[in-house]
Design a protein around this ligand. Structure first.
Ligand SMILES: *Cc1c(COP(=O)(O)O)cnc(C)c1O
Length: 232
């Protein structure tokens, strides 16, 4: 139990140090606790440490935890989302990180309209062009965002990426830097109805470098809870 709280303190310190490197403060960075495969008891310990924004990558798991924890936490969907499952989470999520097609955006808009809500989303970018990864290729991001901007019940809030798995996190610095450039470029276009506020990148292995390169949401699971006992 103490482990979780020690790990969280350690991560907060590292976030703060990395934020300073890029001229920011701890408060400028959202520390998202990734709770996939973690039971509710341990999630509550995390929440008691002050981490109340939680990331889940599967719809079913998000729903069953939502039933037990509800709105005491802010729920972020960070994994791949199938269009036929949008309706189950639309009323529960604070932010959907993984929108990479107009079709998915259209379904989110349709379901959001039904409950009279505007849903915040990030566009997921496949920055390293990995065949195994979701996300849209960098050259198509602006076009997708412009198309999404016509939907009344969606607001684009920024970009997300899952960087490659590497031994040395420095290898991902170039990808984080490229993400930041795309982010800044789109922000400068001032597209109507979008608000480029968040850059979600960096996980346990590389969040400090991601922050140094401009991330303001980091998604951390293993660093808090230890290694998960199955491969995702
Ligand atoms: C699991 C997961 C994370 C957290 O990864 P860790 O290495 O455990 O910190 C972050 N983002 C996404 C999309 C994930 O699926």
């Amino acid at each position: 139990m103490n482990d979780i709280s020690n790990n969280v303190s350690d991560i907060k310190r590292k976030i703060e140090t990395a934020a300073k490197v890029s001229g920011r403060n701890y408060e400028d960075i959202l520390f998202l606790g990734v709770t996939k495969t973690v039971d509710v008891e341990r999630i509550k310990i995390l929440m008691d440490c002050g981490v109340k924004s939680l990331g889940e990558n599967r719809v079913q798991e998000l729903i069953s935890k939502y039933e037990l924890i509800g709105n005491d936490a802010k729920w972020h969907l960070i994994g791949n989302l199938q269009t036929n499952k949008v309706k189950y989470i639309i009323d529960k999520v604070e932010l959907i990180h993984s929108v990479d097609s107009l079709k998915l955006a259209a379904e989110i808009d349709k379901q959001a309209k039904k409950i009279d809500k505007t849903v915040d989303i990030l566009v997921e970018v496949n920055i390293a062009g990995e065949a195994s990864k979701h996300g849209i290729e960098p050259s198509k991001v602006l076009d997708l965002i412009e198309n999404i901007s016509y939907f009344d019940n969606i607001c684009v809030k920024g970009l997300m990426t899952v960087a490659p798995f590497v031994e040395n996190p420095e290898e991902n610095r170039k990808y984080f830097n490229q993400m930041r450039k795309i982010f800044v470029d789109i922000k400068s276009q001032n597209v109507d109805n979008i608000d480029m506020a968040y850059l979600s990148m960096g996980m346990t292995n590389d969040y400090e470098i991601a922050i140094e390169e401009g991330a303001n949401i980091v998604r951390i699971g293993t660093g808090i809870f230890g290694k998960r006992n199955y491969n995702l």
